[in-house]
Ligand binder design. Structure first.
Ligand code: SF4
Length: 207
């Protein structure tokens, strides 16, 4: 049986704001966790986005020529089977995989040991997991990529163990004038930045 398609919201070929080094980022559409204060409420609905086959996503990531892929959203573990195929496909080519989740690592481990093979496969194909819901009362001003201090960096392999970077924000302007912001900064900084941008804008943050 072929792997199920992944409902994606955005594919960014190259970014230095969503994990260590130059990476490709895939935001998935749909999140059942719905943390208060989430910056990506447009990604809550499991409708919309584009259904894309894992093979096509692997091909796009490899064509981008970056050192790895970052899976974020939305909630990657709400679509674990298709994303496990993407993650294992790019890892076979030597790339690293970083995955964000609003579920605590203990919850994911439990699902895995309860027999959820898709969750187990996505954990197996991830090098660095950033796990836990976003807590707006616990904003993280120190660690890169994390939105709140409760979120756990879980090194599932040694491949991304010794990497760090400052928080960054990237602004992308398309030929049609649409503006997209990604990366992480505290809400006040982001609000000030977005206030200066044109109205056709969207933001895709790792939280
Ligand atoms: S922060 Fe992440 S897990 Fe929480 S609601 Fe937003 S997308 Fe979902």
């Amino acid at each position: 049986m072929s792997d199920p398609p992944v409902r994606i919201a955005r594919f960014l070929e190259r970014t230095t704001a969503e994990g260590p080094g130059e990476r490709t980022a895939i935001w998935v559409q749909g999140c059942s966790i719905r943390c208060p204060g989430c910056f990506n409420p447009h990604l809550f609905s499991s409708r919309g986005g584009a259904l894309t086959s894992p093979d096509a996503l692997v091909a796009r990531v490899l064509a981008a020529g970056t050192s790895g892929v970052t899976l974020l959203g939305g909630e990657p573990f709400d679509q674990p089977a298709g994303l496990a195929a993407v993650a294992s496909g790019v890892r076979e080519a030597g790339l690293t995989v970083m995955t964000f989740s609003g579920y605590d690592h203990a919850v994911l481990r439990q699902r895995s040991s309860d027999g959820d093979r898709a969750v187990a496969a996505l954990l197996d194909a991830t090098d660095l997991l950033v796990a836990g819901p976003f807590r707006e009362d616990l904003l993280d001003h120190d660690r890169p990529w994390a939105g709140s201090t409760n979120q756990e960096f879980v090194h599932l392999t040694d491949r991304l163990r010794d990497v760090t970077a400052p928080d960054r924000v990237e602004v992308t302007v398309t030929a049609s004038g649409a503006v997209a912001v990604n990366g992480w900064a505290d809400p006040d900084t982001l609000d000030a930045l977005l206030a200066d941008l044109p109205h056709r804008r969207s933001r895709y943050q790792a939280l």
